[in-house]
Design a binder for this molecule. Structure first.
Ligand SMILES: Nc1ncnc2c1ncn2[C@@H]1O[C@H](COP(=O)(O)OP(=O)(O)OP(=O)(O)O)[C@@H](O)[C@H]1O
Ligand SMILES: [Mg+2]
Length: 137
């Protein structure tokens, strides 16, 4: 899919409306390809309300979609996969959360198995992004 920014937002909102917890979604792609834009749209679709971000885990943003916890985890700044050990993935899984992970590959084996994985990349048209659904893993 080659999506404009508003189409990418619409895609994310629809995806968010359709998600049933528990679910783990990975978003990969170069800087500025729209991962955060997509995650924010998914959260809108989920009706997720932001909770205070823990200063200890600035990489983890916590939302609530009604009774369902939603976590946005950005692994970009991890210098080594082992730094993902303390991000709390096990607890999130135990809670039956919806977990949205930017750069899941940087968490290596510490990342939980992904139910869906999207790759974002630049298009020749600078106002569009290519969104590819990778095989469910
Ligand atoms: N079709 C498009 N879809 C999404 N974003 C677009 C599109 N066209 C242009 N943009 C712009 O690209 C930028 C995407 O930024 P965003 O923070 O979502 O990317 P990111 O992949 O999360 O980057 P980072 O890796 O730095 O966190 C925004 O400034 C947005 O306005
Ligand atoms: Mg981002």
């Amino acid at each position: 899919m080659r999506l404009s920014a508003s189409e990418l937002s619409q895609f994310g909102e629809e995806l968010g409306r359709s998600l049933q917890a528990p679910k783990v979604i990975g978003l990969s792609g170069e800087l500025g390809t729209g991962k955060t834009t997509l995650i924010q749209a998914i959260c809108r679709g989920l009706g997720a309300k932001a909770r205070a971000t823990s200063p200890t885990y600035a990489l983890v943003h916590h939302y609530d979609a009604g009774p369902t916890p939603v976590y946005h985890v950005d692994c970009y700044r991890l210098r080594h996969p082992d730094e993902a050990r303390d991000l709390g993935f096990d607890d999130m899984i135990r809670e039956g959360a919806i977990i949205l992970i930017e750069w899941p590959e940087r968490a290596g084996a510490w990342a939980p198995p992904l139910d869906r994985h999207f790759q974002l990349s630049y298009d020749d048209d600078p106002s569009r992004r290519v969104v590819t659904a990778l095989a469910h893993v």
